[in-house]
Design a protein around this ligand. Structure first.
Ligand SMILES: Nc1nc2c(c(=O)[nH]1)N[C@H]1C(S)=C(S)[C@@H](COP(=O)(O)OP(=O)(O)OC[C@H]3O[C@@H](n4cnc5c(N)ncnc54)[C@H](O)[C@@H]3O)O[C@H]1N2
Ligand code: MOO
Length: 418
């Protein structure tokens, strides 16, 4: 809740909370305003089949079923042309998607005609091909048969998509069909992501003794982007509080983000760069009764929302999922991609009584739909276990106030792989 208040206030204060995005790069974005259809779909009555456009009255039933009618063949109507009116007593070869000629009110598929195929159009001028004297068609064709009438999908001016719609392929396809090439979407929260630690080295660079590769930047960037935020800048900063403070203020002055996230440097050691560097800022460092993700920092730096996550990679993930993802969802309008289920533990486990422990696990769906699945814990509770994280598909909640969870105990899991 504190994180949501912090983020929502900051995001609302930002002048550009919406932006225009071309359709081609709008997948996954959230519509900021209702979109009304600028035109109808289909825009004109057209044929649903390759066949003959007819006046249904010319094929009115006047005898037994199976009766056929011979009609004179009119000029062919390919897709993409505006045809002349259909003369009574004639049938015009028409292709799927081609505009129905004025007067025609039905289409007979080519399969029901005699002959039941069109001559090849290769090399012929489009509208003059397929000249044939007459065609035999079945009688008793109802008006409207195989006609896709104008506006039968959506009418001009009708609501197409409401504000708040998440733009997936179907929604983007509709907008494209309507001729819309850009949409107003909610702006993405912009994040400055700082990782700290003298021991932390970018992936790809060699390690000296005592050093480790930076997992947190990649983990947190991926989580942020998946949750609809954009990362303005990332940095790996050394354990110098002065340099940390200097760089942070420099970055904030260059381009103000909506949120700053740091990882590391906030617990009880001698070199807690974030804690020491922000001594005079409006940031509170606290200990949450959660494991991993116990040490946390929250506040504002130069008025900008600020969160400090602990340095262990799994602590970052758990902090993100518990505190930041719900708050980000509220400001972006994106749904939470973490289904919450109940599952039965495959083996018993102990958890510290005073803490909400979040373990990693593999969720196994139930054999019978409607019954409860199982979850098998992967790795131990320690927050450095990135391999265990990578081979898990769920976070497993062991709530505070209970120490023993026997095999078969019901627990809440959040699925990670959706
Ligand atoms: N005496 C105490 N020691 C510790 C406590 C405590 O309460 N008392 N809390 C422990 C817990 S829990 C955590 S979590 C960590 C949090 O410490 P910091 O936030 O200060 O993080 P660091 O010390 O900088 O790093 C912790 C750990 O994570 C590794 N790390 C840091 N950054 C990265 C990165 N970008 N990629 C991969 N790994 C990273 C770092 O090397 C450390 O191993 O404190 C405990 N200690
Ligand atoms: O709380 Mo720490 O985040 O266990 O690793």
């Amino acid at each position: 809740m504190a994180v949501l208040d912090l983020l929502a206030a900051g995001f609302r204060e930002r002048p550009q909370a919406v932006e225009d995005e071309f359709l081609i790069s709008a997948r996954g974005r959230v519509l900021a305003a209702d979109v009304a259809a600028p035109g109808s779909l289909p825009p004109f009555a057209n044929s649903q089949m390759d066949g003959y456009a007819v006046h249904s009255a010319d094929l009115a039933t006047s005898g037994q079923p199976g009766k056929r009618v011979e009609l004179a063949v009119a000029a062919t109507i390919p897709a993409g042309f505006e045809p002349p009116a259909l003369v009574r007593g004639t049938a015009a070869p028409i292709m799927t998607g081609a505009m129905l000629p004025p007067g025609a009110d039905a289409v007979v598929p080519i399969e029901q005609a005699v002959p039941d195929s069109f001559p090849s159009a290769a090399g012929s001028p489009a509208v003059e091909v397929l000249a044939r004297a007459t065609v035999s068609l079945p009688a008793g064709v109802p008006a409207g048969q195989y006609v896709r009438s104008a506006g039968s999908d959506i009418r001009a001016g009708d609501p197409a998509l409401p504000a708040g719609t998440v733009l997936g392929p179907g929604q983007l396809g509709l907008l494209a069909a309507l001729g819309v090439d850009a949409v107003r979407v909610r702006a993405r929260p912009r994040v400055l992501l700082l990782t700290t630690g003298d021991e932390v080295v970018e992936p790809g660079l060699p390690l000296q003794p005592g050093q480790i590769h930076d997992a947190n930047t990649t983990l947190l960037r991926s989580l942020l982007e998946e949750a609809g935020a954009t990362v303005l800048r990332t940095r790996v900063l050394a354990d110098s509080p002065q340099e940390f403070q200097h760089r942070l203020h420099e970055d904030l002055a260059a381009e103000a983000p909506d949120l700053v996230i740091t990882s590391g440097g906030i617990s009880k050691g001698a070199f807690e760069v974030v804690k020491q560097g922000l001594g005079r800022e409006d940031v509170e460092f606290l200990s949450v009764a959660m494991q991993p993700g116990g040490p946390q920092g929250i506040g504002r730096v130069a008025g900008i929302p600020f969160l400090a996550f602990p340095g262990n990679p799994v602590s970052c993930v758990v902090s993100f999922e518990m505190f930041l993802r719900p708050a980000l969802g509220s400001v972006t309008g994106l749904p939470r991609p973490r289904p919450e289920l109940t599952a039965l533990l495959t083996a018993g486990v102990h958890s510290p009584a005073g803490k909400h422990q979040v373990r990693r696990g593999r969720y196994l769906p139930p054999a019978e739909p409607g019954s409860t699945g199982q979850v098998e814990l992967v790795g131990g509770p320690s927050s450095h276990l990135v391999h265990a994280l990578a081979t898990s598909n769920a976070l497993v909640h062991l709530p505070a106030g209970r120490e023993a969870f026997p095999a078969g105990a019901e627990v809440t899991v959040w699925l990670l792989d959706r």
